[in-house]
Design a protein around this ligand. Structure first.
Ligand code: PGA
Length: 256
């Protein structure tokens, strides 16, 4: 049985006051369903501690949007796994499309980050997804496969149990154009079959695969009814407590 998992990726948004208010609103809004759905929010680094405090005993997880793979030292501007643990993080986004395409992170770097996060007992949300021109050229499967094979290289099945995969087609992120439930399901199924071939069928049946890209209150339920969509990674709509809570509630009844 895969428990639904909804993540809120706040990106480079909010300020200190607004981050705390948003966290409190999410904690309150999700109170009735938090036993049925795993929920995490990923604020900017500088607000992690304040958000942790605001979440209180709500059982809403705290996630970071990025991490560096080295443990400590002369890496100006970077943040280690241990630092994230220290401020109460459970999850960490790794390989988000904005980091791949804007910051130019490579699959090799993403692989090192995944390995370091798992070693530190963080739970990575490992993001993959194709660009519009790659989809148009019929390369979606090839691109996503390569990202997963390279990203998870050298990670054993035992270690891979820490990972949630987020399929986020780049053309759907922040555009208001979500992948249709069928388009998303097609890629999610392909990912699950790939995991079965890289690892084994049992693990493929267990691993959670989130969809991300313009997930909203009015499309969440339909996306979640797809057999291989186990959760959502929400950007824009995670910045309003009411919208994010509505998405979490839409996911609550869905068990796979
Ligand atoms: P979006 O972002 O919901 O605003 O499309 C999703 C994401 O980037 O994780």
């Amino acid at each position: 049985m895969r428990k639904p998992f909804i993540g809120g990726n706040w990106k480079m948004n909010t300020d200190g006051k607004n981050a705390v208010e948003l966290a409190k609103g999410v904690a309150q809004g999700c109170a009735g369903v938090i036993d049925k759905v795993d929920v995490s929010v990923c604020p900017p680094f500088v607000y992690l501690s304040a958000v942790k405090q605001a979440l209180g005993s709500s059982n809403i997880g705290l996630g970071a949007q990025n991490v560096y793979f080295e443990a400590k030292g002369a890496f100006t501007g970077e943040v280690s796994c241990q630092m994230l643990k220290d401020v109460g993080c459970k999850d960490v986004l790794i390989g988000h499309s904005e980091r791949r395409h804007v910051i130019k992170e490579t699959d090799a770097l993403i692989n090192k980050k995944l390995i370091a996060a798992i070693e530190a007992s963080l739970l990575p949300i490992f993001c993959v997804g194709e660009l519009l021109e790659e989809r148009k050229a019929g390369k979606t499967e090839q691109v996503v496969k390569e990202q997963i094979q390279k990203g998870m290289a050298g990670i054993s099945v035992e270690k891979a149990k820490a990972v949630t995969i987020a399929y986020e087609p780049v053309w759907a992120i922040g555009t208001g154009v979500n992948a249709t439930p069928n388009q998303a399901q097609e890629v999610h199924l392909m990912i699950r079959q790939l995991i079965a071939s890289m690892y084994n069928k049992d693990f493929a049946a267990q691993i959670r695969i989130q969809y991300g890209g313009s997930a909203k209150p009015d499309n969440a339920a339909e996306l979640m009814t797809q057999p291989d969509i186990d959760g959502l990674l929400v950007g824009g709509a995670s910045l309003k407590a009411d919208d994010f809570t509505a998405i979490v509630k839409a996911a609550a009844p869905v068990k796979k």
